[in-house]
Structures are given as C-alpha cells and as structure tokens.
Design a protein around this ligand. Structure first.
Ligand SMILES: NC(=O)c1ccc[n+]([C@@H]2O[C@H](COP(=O)([O-])OP(=O)(O)OC[C@H]3O[C@@H](n4cnc5c(N)ncnc54)[C@H](OP(=O)(O)O)[C@@H]3O)[C@@H](O)[C@H]2O)c1
Length: 242
C-alpha cells in the first residue's frame, strides 16, 4: 500500500479510464475525491472502493468546466479529506459526430474544449497553490495524440483541446521546477471505453490497449517513479510493456 494517507482527485471517475485509474489508486491506499457529472456512477464507485480497500472516498457530481462548482468541491475535499497530493485531469469528451470543422456544430465543439481544457485549468489552478506551499504534489493530464482527428479530419474541438492541454503541462513544467510539484502528461493508448466505442473511425478495431497500463503508470507516478520526467509525456502502453 504505497499511497496510504495520501489524497487524490480523479476527474471523470465514473467510468472508462477514470474508473480504472481511481481503482488502482485506491488499491494502493489513496483516499479519493471522485468527480463526474453522473452522480450515480461516482457514488457507486465510491462505495465500492471504500468497502474493498478501506479508503476514504468523496463522490461529487459536477461539471469540471463550471468554475463555481470546482471551487466548491475543492474546498469540500480539503475540509473532509485533507490537502490533495495528486490531481488526475482525466474527464474528457469528444464530438458526438465525425464532421469536418466547417460542418460541425460550433457550440458542441466549444463544449468539448471547455471540458477538456477549461476543466483541467480550473482544477489545476485550484489545487496547485497548496501543493507548491507544501513542496509536494503531482498533476497528471490525460493526453491524446488525437489520431482519430488527424485520420478522419474531424473531431476538431477534441484535437485542439488535447493539444492545448499538453501545452498547459509544458507551460507549468518550467515554473514548477524545484518546487517539489511534478506535472506529467500520460498517453493511455487506444482503450475500449464508451468514448472510443462511440467513434465510427474506430469501428472494426480488434486490438485495444489495456486501461490498466495508464492506471499503473499513474499510480507509479503518484509514488514518484517518474519525477525525473517532469513536464514530459509518458506513453503508458509502451512503459507497461517494459
Ligand atoms: N479511450 C481512449 O482510447 C483514450 C485515448 C486517449 C485519451 N483519452 C482520454 O482519456 C480520458 C477518459 O476517456 P474515456 O475513454 O475513459 O472516456 P469515457 O468512458 O467517455 O469517460 C469519460 C469520463 O469523463 C466524465 N466527464 C465528461 N465530461 C465531463 C464534465 N464536463 N465534467 C465532469 N466529468 C465529465 C464522464 O462522466 P459524465 O459524462 O457523467 O460527466 C466519464 O466519467 C479523456 O480525457 C479522453 O480524452 C482516451
């Protein structure tokens, strides 16, 4: 139990990769704030993790792109769980249809950008000050090469937001150097989830990467294994195969 007594925040924890990541962290003893818009999914996960691993869990149904909700939930978590050691910016969405940029719905594209970029910016902005003050913490951003977007010429909001998220990681790396706070991008590979199953571009794919690869790499990152790679991108399936 390498993370006993540590506190983590996992966004998009209700299903898919986030659920796997939260489960791996709880299995190492980490107490968790579990966020997603669908309350039933994070509540069910929280009960399951507490009963299986004896960790403290706090589920909350919020939209990560809502500044007031983020502020509220971070204050609530600090009060009930303690100072946060790890933030995993995993919550993400993608356009519901594969359309070229000039045929896509601008409102939907912007909602995708808000979730994938504004959400991580708000949570990171809220959680970094106490981490820097304590001289300890990890921020992990779930990155994407957005291969579906480049392959199909669609999903522009997703591609733009994920590229920008990696720029956030790079921008934070310099000023955080020497503070004890480590920021990393993690690439999960291509994992079979509700998101990818809903994307026609992946129809017919038979070989998927395991969600466990990202979950293991993030758990190891929380333990400090990749601190020397501060500010860089970790390719989870490649690291997992080693
Ligand atoms: N699957 C892959 O192959 C793959 C590859 C590269 C990167 N990624 C990235 O990995 C992350 C997880 O993806 P996934 O495949 O596990 O997708 P998923 O199965 O669709 O899960 C997404 C999670 O994010 C939550 N979420 C979405 N919008 C939200 C919002 N505005 N506020 C709060 N929570 C929100 C969802 O819950 P609610 O809908 O209930 O809010 C859900 O729990 C995403 O950032 C994705 O871009 C995935």
């Amino acid at each position: 139990m390498r993370l006993t007594g540590r506190i983590g925040v996992v966004t998009g924890a209700g299903r898919g990769l986030g659920r796997e990541i939260a489960t791996a962290l709880a299995a190492e003893g980490m107490s968790l704030l579990l966020l997603a818009r669908t309350g039933a999914q994070v509540r069910e996960l929280a009960e399951d993790l507490t009963s299986r691993y004896g960790v403290q869990t706090l589920p909350a149904a919020i939209d990560v792109a809502d500044p007031a909700a983020v502020e509220r939930v971070v204050a609530h978590a600090e009060q009930h769980l303690g100072t946060v050691d790890l933030l995993v910016n995993n919550a993400g969405r993608i356009e519901r249809t594969e359309r070229l940029f000039w045929e896509a719905d601008p409102a939907e594209m912007w909602e995708v950008v808000e979730t994938n970029l504004r959400g991580p910016m708000l949570l990171t902005r809220a959680l970094l000050p106490p981490m820097v003050q304590r001289g300890h913490g990890h921020v992990v951003n779930i990155a994407s090469r957005a291969r579906a977007a480049t392959r199909s010429g669609t999903y522009t909001g997703y591609a733009v937001s994920k590229r920008a998220l990696s720029v956030l990681t790079e921008s934070l790396a310099g000023p955080l150097t020497g503070t004890g706070v480590v920021v990393l991008d993690v690439l999960p590979g291509l994992v079979r989830t509700d998101m990818t199953l809903g994307m026609p571009v992946w129809n017919g794919v038979t070989e998927w990467d395991e969600a466990a690869a990202a979950a293991t790499v993030i758990t190891d990152a929380a333990c400090g294994r990749y601190d020397d790679q501060h500010g860089t991108l970790l390719d989870a399936p490649a690291l997992h195969r080693r």
